[in-house]
Write a protein that binds this ligand. Structure first.
Ligand SMILES: [Mg+2]
Length: 225
């Protein structure tokens, strides 16, 4: 019997890549409007380059971008980019269809719910609170909580401990095969691969279940004995 469900956050509950793309586009437009002499496309490319170098959560992305492209930080351009980025990100921070419903249904069935994410603690909590999800999870494990990223066992073990459940009565839902599915599977946690969030188009997930809609989880937890 499944007593707890652990969710990855980005690209499993939140359509993170879409949010990021929209925000980067808005920032590029705003910086060009503010006087950046560059095409919108070149600006988008340059910003994405910084993210590739420094990681997708890098906070000084526009500072680096301007330093690289024009050799200095023009504060009018920087502020325009940052503001447009923040506004767009807020507007496009959305859950996948049926995510809210699924979480409420699972909680009503008495299942314990957790998030295990490699995202920085501050960013993860900001996303959860923005989406109004902060009361539904019993446990939230972010990068700083163990200092290890998935597939290391540490974040999964921390979640199991805080949830008070055994690995075998837990289901892990995630979009990243190597991190979410392999990491959970090696501890004996059952796995559900969120095919809808997989940006790398993995063919074979090796997971116990594969889902195209998050609502499929309701049937899965009902039928696992
Ligand atoms: Mg993910």
């Amino acid at each position: 019997m499944i007593r707890a469900v652990i969710f990855d956050l980005d690209n499993t509950l939140i359509d993170f890549m879409r949010m990021k793309d929209e925000a980067v586009r808005a920032a590029a437009d705003a910086m060009v409007d503010a006087g950046l002499e560059m095409s919108r496309e070149k600006a988008i490319e340059g910003i994405e380059e910084v993210y590739r170098e420094k990681g997708i959560e890098y906070q000084q992305v526009f500072d680096d971008f301007l330093e690289q492209k024009i050799g200095t930080i023009d504060w009018k351009i920087l502020a325009s980019g940052v503001l447009a980025y923040r506004r767009s990100r807020e507007a496009h921070l959305v859950l996948y269809p049926h995510a809210q419903l699924t979480l409420v249904r699972l909680a009503k069935r008495g299942l314990r719910l957790a998030v295990v994410t490699d995202a920085p603690r501050r960013e993860a909590w900001l996303r959860l609170v923005t989406l109004g999800l902060h009361h539904i999870f019993d446990v939230v494990v972010t990068f700083e909580d163990t200092g290890e990223v998935k597939p290391d066992p540490a974040p999964f073990l921390r979640a199991l401990e805080l949830l008070g459940v055994e690995a075998t009565e837990t289901l892990m839902v995630g979009d990243w095969v190597e991190r979410d599915m392999v990491g959970a599977g090696q501890l004996g946690i059952r796995t559900a691969f969120a095919r809808y969030g997989d940006v790398f188009s993995k063919k074979d997930s090796g997971a116990d279940y594969e889902i195209d809609d998050i609502a499929e989880l309701i049937n899965i937890v009902e039928n696992v004995s």
